[in-house]
Ligand binder design. Structure first.
Ligand code: PLP
Length: 421
């Protein structure tokens, strides 16, 4: 009844939308429009292309007819986002366990599949236990505040992901920011932090803008020397870095030295959604009691759990998919370098094609799309001024022909716009 009265009383605008009236609402609207204009004026407006097909190496864009677009900008590193077995597992979980839990975990939201997935994640990373979150953003938002007090210190790489930065902001520990992958600076900050009860070094395992890998061996050595713990965010590593895809710690031989891992189920591990923390059992137990994004947010939907669980099964059965992605990455990096481009990072499927100039990156990315290759240009403020690039991401499901087509298009477009001689 109330709903009907409210609906009848308020005036609907074009297309059925309703605008609140009153001076405060008008003032807010003016302020927001001004801010949006500022973003457009600064050239940092982010638009969203609409995809009309499943995620994969070949996409159909909405309104783009049937022409296939070759996709080189998803985090679908292993091609599992649309893997038939992953999809079937999601459908089975949906049918068996329903659409969702309508509850947080500790009230009425823990199903057997949540426990199984947590156990599987811990086994995959060879850790004691794991806890699921709705996203890795939530896992990062929820760990520092639960773990660290004003007596403790956290030392964070300056280029860590936004969710680590936000998570650290929420905690009351003493905060140190060290220069990107600069071990001298980290050591100086660790010396200063000796006065605190506990020290936690926090770093991305692989950095998503540059495709560079944290020097975990050196970080772990310093952590040992200064009695610190090491936390890594493995969103761009889990499933494919290291001989068995365990991540940066496996790649660099420090699995027994990294204490805490946060990662996502929304990239290589099926690409649906979700995140987790894995590490010592008492830490996981504490997070279940204290971590706010876990305590006060809905459980992961069964279909999403089904996807991730199957993705992990596939990875634990064989490392063939991860190996195939590594070979494709190598092919792209070496052919692009031979063509005269500079590719940042090393051995990582994030392959930033460094161009320097923001306009050049934007124009080249548009021209690549007109040739059927979907890549994205990044410029300031997402990356430092003068370091604009087009970020290419390789997937295990790209064929050699896909990669060669991408390199050929880059070469043509690079010549046309003066990025290559
Ligand atoms: N950490 C890093 C390094 C990321 O790149 C991302 C996603 O972009 C996240 C955390 C957040 O992951 P999720 O999408 O699961 O929230």
């Amino acid at each position: 009844m109330w709903l009907r009265v409210a609906a009848a009383g308020a005036g609907a605008g074009a297309g059925g939308s309703r605008a609140a009236s009153g001076a405060a609402a008008a003032q807010l609207r003016r302020r927001l429009e001004g801010e949006l204009e500022g973003i457009r004026g600064a050239g940092t407006w982010k638009s969203e292309r609409v995809i009309a097909s499943p995620q994969g190496p070949h996409l159909r864009l909405a309104g783009g007819g049937d022409a296939g677009i070759l996709n080189f900008c998803a985090n679908n590193y292993l091609g599992l986002s649309s893997h038939p077995q992953v999809i079937r597992a999601a459908v089975r979980a949906l049918e068996e366990f329903g659409a969702g839990l309508s509850s947080v975990r500790f009230i009425c939201g823990t199903q057997s599949i949540h426990k199984e997935l947590e156990e599987k994640i811990a086994r995959f990373h060879q850790r004691e236990d794991a806890i699921l979150y709705a996203s890795c953003f939530d896992a990062n938002a929820g760990i520092f505040e639960a773990l660290l007090t004003p007596e403790d210190a956290v030392l964070s790489d300056e280029l860590n992901h936004a969710s680590i930065i936000d998570g650290i902001r929420l905690c009351k520990a003493n905060k140190y920011r060290y220069k990107h992958m600069d071990m001298q600076d980290l050591e100086a900050k660790l010396q200063d932090a000796q006065k605190h009860r506990l020290r936690l070094v926090a770093t991305d395992g692989a950095f998503s803008m540059d495709g560079d890998i944290a020097p975990l061996r050196e970080i772990c050595q310093l952590a040992q020397k200064y009695d610190a713990l090491v936390f890594i965010d493995e969103c761009h590593a889990t499933g494919f870095l290291g001989p068995n895809g365990r991540g940066t710690d496996e790649l660099l031989g420090v699995m027994d030295k990294v204490t805490i891992i946060n990662s996502t189920l929304g990239k290589a591990l099926g690409g649906a959604a979700g995140g987790y923390t894995t590490g010592p059992k008492p830490l996981i137990d504490l997070l279940r009691q204290r971590s706010r994004p876990y305590l006060f947010s809905n459980s992961l939907p069964p279909a999403v759990v089904g996807c991730a669980s199957k993705a992990l099964d596939l990875l634990m059965e064989s490392n063939a998919i991860a190996q195939s992605m590594a070979a494709k990455t190598q092919r792209f990096r070496s052919k692009m370098t031979a063509a005269g481009f500079t590719i940042s990072g090393k051995d990582h499927p994030i392959c930033p094609v460094m161009l320097g100039d923001a306009r050049l990156a934007a124009v080249m990315a548009e021209d690549m799309l007109s040739r059927g290759i979907y890549v994205i240009g990044f410029s300031y403020p997402v990356v430092p001024k003068g370091k604009a690039r087009i970020r290419v991401q390789i997937s295990a499901v790209h064929s050699d022909e896909d990669i060669d087509r991408c390199v050929e298009a880059f070469t043509e477009v690079g010549r046309k716009h003066g990025a290559l001689p």
